[in-house]
Ligand binder design. Structure first.
Ligand code: GDP
Ligand code: MG
Length: 496
């Protein structure tokens, strides 16, 4: 059973509590039976499941529970806590330090996803503003350097490797030395794997490790091997000083529950999980938000992280304009940029309470992304005058030659440009309406003026004024919600 299914099953078991007339020992037994069954089907070790069951039973004593207490809530939060414990290795994760070189070495079996994950991690740090580089010390697998080179080039990450040098130790040492002297802050060393845990691999790993003296050794593990993760992680741990683990391929048919709990059992902190083949399919692993998300309870913390990453509070100019119901083509362009930066819509949607458990399924989001990209390409061909005009669409209607020019410049058709303008108009209308909602933007202190109920009403109003097709193009509710989030963020915690 894949992770998303596991989340759904546990969620539905917990929900059934709400339907029970009385909550007693029997109801609890039934609930535990369902949860444990789901965990076992997800390949979680039977001993761990048993422990979880006993812990929950121990925590819940119907005799001691005062009658007035909300039993349902207590049971739900106990289950939540125990699920967290199952996945929490209880060891803080390694963090790089600013202003010095941080050497990170990757180890793991062949095919586990090292090279892919190296690039993902480099991209992750680069996006966060770290000066990041990659070193390919895999001389075992043919084409290894080409693979890393290709990935790194695409992500514009400086890399080091060699087609002629056959000694991985020499390459690792030279590469790290070079990037250290160039003041790189993150230096990621990719190493080779073998199909099995064998002496020659461990020998090479140790030599490379001695040569580059890594600050963090990351062990990359393929989730699809399920419970076997534990013994494999132990084997690697006994040979090198593994500081962190990344579990990959949690998007596929892997029985993720088995992998995650098995690794946690080795007390090695899982720092990231890989959820796809693309460069941004890497998620920071934090137990509580992960479990919340899994159970469809939303990941507010993660969402706030994303929002902070975008530095949306630098967006005051836009908010000010919105207050007055103004919205130009350039504003729309910047909104799209933000949405793209937020990454795949599904990631965002999964973080919003109530949208939860489908977070690992990726369907039409890439399509939506490419549609957004196309719209942005069209706007790239517009002039500043067009982009900044308070009513850009009107400018185009009055002077139709502009439409033809933009279509030519962006390699699209006149119709496509017109469609974009129509969408822009609809969006601008919506902004106008929002600007008119009493209290939303009153003074500088919006937090005091808008409560969650008003926010919900606002959402409704937005949905009403927007053509569903436009909404779809914006990335559905996810894209819209990201805009909403900005408003909410501007309002401060009181507005949430
Ligand atoms: P290495 O031999 O350890 O360097 O493994 P690679 O990085 O070459 O990856 C092996 C295969 O796994 C490649 O086809 C990757 O695209 C794929 N892969 C890696 N990580 C993930 C992931 O998180 N999800 C999915 N679906 N595939 C992945
Ligand atoms: Mg590789």
């Amino acid at each position: 059973m894949v992770l998303a299914d596991l989340g759904r099953k546990i969620n539905s078991a917990l929900r059934s509590l709400s339907n029970a007339v009385v909550i007693n020992e029997e109801v609890l037994q039934e609930l535990l039976k369902e949860i444990c069954k789901a965990l076992l089907e997800a390949d979680v070790n039977i001993k761990l499941v048993k422990r979880l069951r006993e812990n929950i039973k121990k925590c819940i004593d119907f005799d001691e529970m005062a009658t007035g207490l909300n039993k349902r809530r207590i049971i739900q939060s106990t289950v939540f806590n125990e699920l967290c414990k199952l996945l929490d290795p209880g060891v803080p994760a390694w963090q790089p330090s600013k202003g010095k070189p941080n050497v990170i070495m990757f180890v793991g079996l062949q095919g586990s996803g090292k090279t892919t994950t190296c690039t993902k991690l480099a991209y992750y740090y680069q996006k966060k503003g770290w000066k990041t580089s990659l070193v390919c010390a895999d001389t075992f697998r043919a084409g290894a350097f080409d693979q890393l080179k290709q990935n790194a080039t695409k992500a514009r990450i400086p890399f080091y490797g060699s087609y002629t040098e056959m000694d991985p130790v020499v390459i690792a040492q030279d590469g790290v030395q070079k990037f250290k002297s160039d003041n790189f802050e993150i230096i990621i060393v990719d190493t080779s794997g073998r199909h099995k845990q064998e002496e020659s691999l461990f020998e090479e790993m140790l030599q490379v490790s001695n040569a580059v003296d890594p600050d963090n050794i990351i062990y990359v593990m393929d989730a699809s091997i399920g419970q076997a993760c534990e013994s494999q992680a132990q084997a690697f741990k006994s040979k090198v000083d593994i500081a962190s683990v990344i579990v990959t391929k949690l998007d596929g048919h892997a029985k993720g529950g088995g992998a995650l709990s098995a690794v946690a059992a080795t007390c090695s902190p899982i720092i990231f999980i890989g959820t796809g083949e693309h460069i941004d399919d890497l998620e920071q692993f934090k137990t509580k938000p992960f479990v919340s998300k899994l159970l469809g309870m939303g990941d507010i913390e993660g969402l706030m992280d994303k929002v902070t990453e975008l530095k949306l509070d630098e967006n005051e100019g836009l908010i000010d304009k919105l207050k007055h119901g103004q919205f130009t083509l350039r504003d729309m362009y910047e909104q799209f940029q933000n949405i793209m930066k937020m990454g795949p819509f599904n990631q965002i949607i999964g973080m919003i309470p109530g949208f939860g458990s489908d977070f690992l399924s990726k369907g039409n989001e890439r399509e939506s992304m490419s549609r957004l990209k196309k719209l942005m390409t069209i706007m790239d061909s517009m002039s500043d005058q067009e982009l900044d005009n308070p009513n850009g669409a009107k400018l185009f209607t009055k002077q139709p030659s502009r439409t033809a020019r933009v279509a030519r410049g962006s390699g699209t058709s006149v119709r496509e440009v017109q469609e974009l303008l129509t969408q822009y108009q609809k969006f601008a209308q919506m902004v106008k309406k929002m600007g008119g909602i009493k209290g939303l933007f009153k003074g500088g202190d919006m937090g005091k003026n808008v409560n969650p109920a008003q926010m919900a009403k606002l959402n409704q109003q937005v949905a009403k004024v927007m053509d569903p097709r436009v909404l779809q193009q914006m990335g559905g509710m996810g894209g819209l919600q990201s805009l909403m989030k900005q408003f909410q963020q501007q309002m401060g915690p009181g507005g949430r």
